[in-house]
Design a protein around this ligand. Structure first.
Ligand code: IPT
Length: 994
């Protein structure tokens, strides 16, 4: 990839050099211009620094969140609120074509897949949206978003090839009619639109980048009514589709995952991973657009057999955010989006083959929608600073990375961002991953001349992996913060009072000064030094867990915190749905609360807060309560609230956790059934499709069998496949070679009639298995049937244009049956050999697209084809059983079902998970695997021995928290002698690794 990258970069630079028509710089909002030199709308505009929405600068700070990974629309607001509560003002989303058009020409976006509730929730929470509908999205989704039936076209995917263009037309038209209505120009939340995704590199001699392709795609979207600016996201700063190229988007951007996806050693930060030349590449590639990083590493995805998401969360933790996110700010990025901010779940087979059920991603918000990771709190501090810094930061110009210029210690690198008046100084360790503590003094150019700080004693410091943003001449309402070494969380102005909240790391020395003020008075706590010099008030302190409040002049309250205390502070708007262009420093409160603060409103003389707590919590409105307010409610409960002498309104919210009892799954009444009746002598598969195509359009994969035996050829794309070959024995058969493709960690098992002949148990990243299996003595002239059950782990993505990797088939891709099928004269095995093949996957294949759970939720198992995994299935005549931990005597699949009631009290958010206990994870498949259905939704695929996931969270809304639930588990025993799963449990899960 690096090689392709360099090549591309050169290409892109050459293209740029040949086109001298770069737009002139201007400090004013630029009218929206694409291709046709006319404005399509004037709500979302930009200059070289930032976006504007309705003429107001917006520093976009967003999180990626895919609604389809949380199949409970009523919970989408919860995620939006949690992202908004971090101080973020945006969310970026993909739409997955595969979920909307399971059968060519049949688009649907209903129920779980309806976009309206998502847009409604975004508006209610007050976030802008970035729409990224593909058609290609990658996203670790099945086929990278491509429906499986694209395997049946011969053209190159993501190119102007006619059959790809024809195939994508319906999706493009249908999804665009939905997205167009939700643009901000129509009162919706969408402000930016990304055609394609990471269109970054081509292979196999396709034209890349192909201007006809991108221009054609953009024209399609424009013709269908998309008027907001087009953006792109190349994988690295390569200049593809930048302004000046022959297929320019409006605002060029790129992605970056500086740590990659290997989370195995989370404390190890490799040398030189911090990008340091982005300002330069931006000036070369797109100097007239805001610097945009469409996807920045918010965690990492994980493969089967991988290290698990807790490690990824640690790898990309709060220190990573401090150093790397602030480095984006140093590069001048004013459109940032963090992938993922909430990952969610690859339920119902929606993931690509290389990932497992959880898509937690180690993101700031966990798969279970929890916000306990410190990276959530740290990101909140950074995002609030961005928001509070408004135009000053959004319009500042980044300078070079310097040593020895601002800091007096070369171990500290400082990157300035210079505005008309305000200056920002991003300081970090020169060796970015150093664990040393370094001290420095800063010399800052201020309106009061060059000042070396701290002036009142002590030195500044960076302890290990840290980065700080120091400011000079920073506007805080009507005050001028002459400088601050302490970082700013936020400031607000209400009437005559302005409140500034600053923080520093544990025990650090800090100093700030406010221009032209009459001195400082400590009004809470002690230990703050102050002085007046040249009419400016200076305060200097050492951070500690105790809060200090200093009044400067008559109306500026400075709240001095250490970082851990700052984590408990929130800014919250008192106007529902206010987006950042509508917010003013007086329409927001600053509140100290606990676990989460969602919303606020003021009415009846009271401030009403809505939030979540996980302990008895002191709630304190530190800004916005002193005027016209006398009381406080929290979650509609009236609190005994008192003002302290500084006008902070304070109350205690009591907490006592409810008793929650969960059923012991072992003691439930289970029933079971043999889930592979196909192995019985009288099983009739005559209604199954014949696998009889002798040719295929899938030119990506060479056909080596007499007929095509893979699933997509016949419309089966998910979960599992069963292929059956009927033949008359010659009596000379002794072995069969099977070459089967299922995707990473898949398994397969084979039988002749009811006789088991062998299994592939699966292994980490092994995607294709080649086995030679012994065949029992067959009698000449008798009829036999070979049955092969194989996992379908999802289709691959299609990242490289021209490579068409998505077309990798699933199912039997080759076989040889010596003694039965004589090798053909020309050496291939494609000559007809008399074997009559049948194939099935989910019931009806692509024709069964109307199920409320979408087209991917079910695979080929008889119980799935017949709906026995659904609630109210007629299973009462099945034999009673001990459930999934029963010993299975032989290879095969058994399906277990039961039901149970839950009675979780309302208004408590209680994450629940199912756990499969089995062997330690070595990356090698061992003996058995299982699938889990909860009320019909497939919510887990467990591979014993491979892992790394054994705990499978299931959200409320899929689980009925107050009433009946139907549970289904299929256990596939892979080996002679059968299997015995160790345990299966329902647990309250919180902070348990998975
Ligand atoms: C980038 C994709 O755009 C995104 O969809 C997702 O797959 C992400 O990576 C990783 O989670 S592509 C990549 C080459 C960085």
């Amino acid at each position: 990839m690096m090689k392709a990258g360099k090549l591309l970069l050169r290409l892109a630079l050459a293209l740029l050099a040949s086109n001298a028509s770069a737009r002139a710089l201007s400090g004013k909002p630029r009218d929206f211009i694409v291709h046709e030199e006319r404005a399509l709308q004037d709500i979302v505009t930009w200059d070289e620094h930032s976006l504007f929405v309705h003429g107001k600068r917006v520093n976009f700070w967003g999180g990626e969140f895919h609604p389809f990974r949380l199949p409970v629309p009523s919970l989408w607001l919860d995620i939006f609120q949690k992202i908004r509560a971090m101080g973020y003002n945006g969310v970026s989303f993909y739409s997955a074509w595969v979920l909307h058009e399971p059968k060519p020409g049949h688009f649907s976006a209903k129920g779980l897949f309806d976009w309206e509730p998502y847009f409604e929730a975004a508006k209610q929470a007050g976030v802008y949206l970035v729409a990224r509908p593909g058609p290609y999205i990658n996203a670790e989704v099945h086929g990278g978003g491509f429906p499986g039936w694209l395997q049946r076209i011969s053209g190159n995917l993501r190119t102007p090839d006619a059959d790809y263009q024809a195939a994508s037309k319906n999706y493009i038209e249908s999804i665009t009619s939905i997205l167009a209505k939700a643009q901000i120009t129509n009162g919706g939340p969408i402000i930016l639109f990304q055609p394609e995704n990471e269109y970054s590199a081509g292979l196999n001699n396709v034209t890349f980048p192909d201007a006809d392709y991108m221009n054609g795609l953009m024209k399609q979207f424009r013709d269908l009514g998309i008027v907001v600016p087009f953006i792109n996201n190349v994988a690295w700063p390569s200049g593809v589709n930048a302004p000046g190229t022959d297929a320019p988007v409006d605002i060029y951007g790129h992605d970056s995952y500086p740590f990659g996806m290997d989370c195995s050693d989370p404390k190890h930060w490799i040398d030189d991973a911090l990008p340091t030349n982005w300002r330069e590449t931006h000036l070369e590639q797109s100097p007239n657009t805001p610097y945009m990083i469409v996807e920045y590493q918010g965690g990492a995805f994980q493969p089967w057999g991988g290290d698990g998401f807790e490690k990824c969360a640690e790898f990309t933790n709060y220190e990573f955010e401090r150093v790397f996110y602030k480095n984006n700010i140093a590069a001048g990025a004013t459109i940032n989006n963090f992938y993922m901010t909430f990952g969610g779940t690859n339920w119902g087979n929606l993931g690509h083959a290389d990932g497992y059920t959880s898509y937690d991603y180690g993101a700031a918000i966990t798969e279970e929608r929890q916000v306990y990771r410190e990276k959530y709190s740290e990101a909140k501090l950074i995002a609030n600073f961005i928001a509070a810094s408004g135009d000053a930061l959004a319009s500042a110009t980044p300078g070079y990375n310097t040593t020895g210029e601002y800091a007096d210690n070369d171990a500290v690198t400082v990157t300035p961002l210079i505005g008309d008046k305000t200056k920002f100084f991003v300081a970090r360790q020169t060796k970015y991953n150093s664990l040393d503590s370094v001290s420095y003094k800063l010399t800052l150019p201020t309106s009061a001349g060059n000042l070396t700080i701290p002036q009142l004693g002590g030195t500044l410091s960076l302890h290990g992996r840290d980065s700080k943003i120091h400011v000079a001449d920073y506007p805080v309402g009507d005050y001028n913060l002459l400088y601050s070494s302490a970082e700013i969380f936020t400031w607000k102005k209400h009437g005559s009072r302005t409140t500034l909240v600053v923080y520093g790391g544990p025990n650090e020395q800090h100093e700030l000064a406010v221009s032209k003020t009459s001195g400082a008075t400590s009004v809470e706590g002690y230990g703050i030094k102050s002085s007046k010099r040249n009419g400016n008030t200076i305060i200097n302190w050492q951070s500690n867990p105790q809060r200090r409040v200093v009044r400067i002049g008559s109306g500026l309250y400075v709240v001095v915190l250490d970082r851990n205390s700052a984590y408990d502070y929130w800014t919250v708007s008192t106007e529902e749905g206010a987006t950042s262009h509508e917010l003013t420093p007086s329409s927001e409160l600053i509140v100290k609360a606990g676990y989460l603060l969602r919303t606020a409103s003021i009415s009846g003389g009271k401030i009403h807060l809505i939030g979540d707590i996980n302990a008895t919590t002191t709630v304190e409105v530190v800004a916005g309560a002193h005027e016209k307010v006398s009381g406080l409610t929290f979650n509609d409960e009236d609190l005994k609230a008192t003002f302290d002498r500084n006008g902070f309104l304070k109350a205690t919210v009591g907490f006592s956790a409810p008793e929650i009892t969960l059923p012991n799954l072992d003691s439930l009444a289970w029933r079971s059934v043999d889930a592979l009746p196909e192995l019985q002598p009288d099983y009739d598969d005559s209604a199954w499709p014949d696998a009889d195509h002798t040719e295929t359009n899938n030119t990506y994969w060479p056909l080596t069998t007499p007929t095509v035996l893979w699933g997509a050829e016949y419309g089966f794309h998910a979960g599992s496949l069963i292929t059956r070959g009927h033949f008359v024995a010659t009596g000379n058969e002794s072995v069969i070679h099977l070459n089967v493709s299922g995707g990473s960690a898949f398994a397969f098992s084979a039988w002749i009639n009811s006789t088991f002949i062998g299994s592939w148990d699966g292994s980490g990243e092994v995607k294709i298995a080649n086995l030679t299996l012994d065949v029992p003595k067959l009698s000449q002239g008798s009829n036999y049937v070979l049955t092969v059950l194989t996992d379908h782990m999802g289709h691959n993505g299609n990242w490289f244009v021209g490579y068409n990797e998505m077309k990798t088939p699933r199912g039997i891709i080759g076989y040889a049956f010596p003694g039965h099928t004589p090798p053909s004269a020309n050496g291939t095995s494609r000559a007809p050999d008399g074997i009559k093949w049948k194939i099935t996957g989910n019931l009806g294949g692509e024709d069964f697209h109307s199920g409320p759970r979408g087209s991917l939720n079910e695979g080929a198992l008889w119980v799935e084809r017949n709906g026995f995994h659904l609630p109210s299935a007629p299973t009462s005549s099945w034999k009673e059983n001990e459930g999934p931990t029963s010993a299975l005597g032989k290879p095969g699949v058994t399906f277990y079902t039961t039901s149970f009631d839950l009675d979780i009290p309302e208004s408590w958010d209680v994450p629940l998970s199912f756990v499969f206990n089995g062997d330690a994870f070595t990356g090698e498949g061992k003996g058995w695997r299982a699938q889990l259905w909860v009320n019909g939704y497939q919510f887990g695929k467990f591979a014993n021995g491979i892992g790394p996931q054994r705990r499978f969270p299931v959200p409320e809304g899929i689980l009925n928290y107050r009433g009946k639930n139907t549970l289904g588990v299929s256990v596939w025993a892979l080996e002679e002698g059968g299997a015995k799963p160790e345990g299966f449990e329902l647990v309250k899960a919180y902070k348990t690794p998975y």
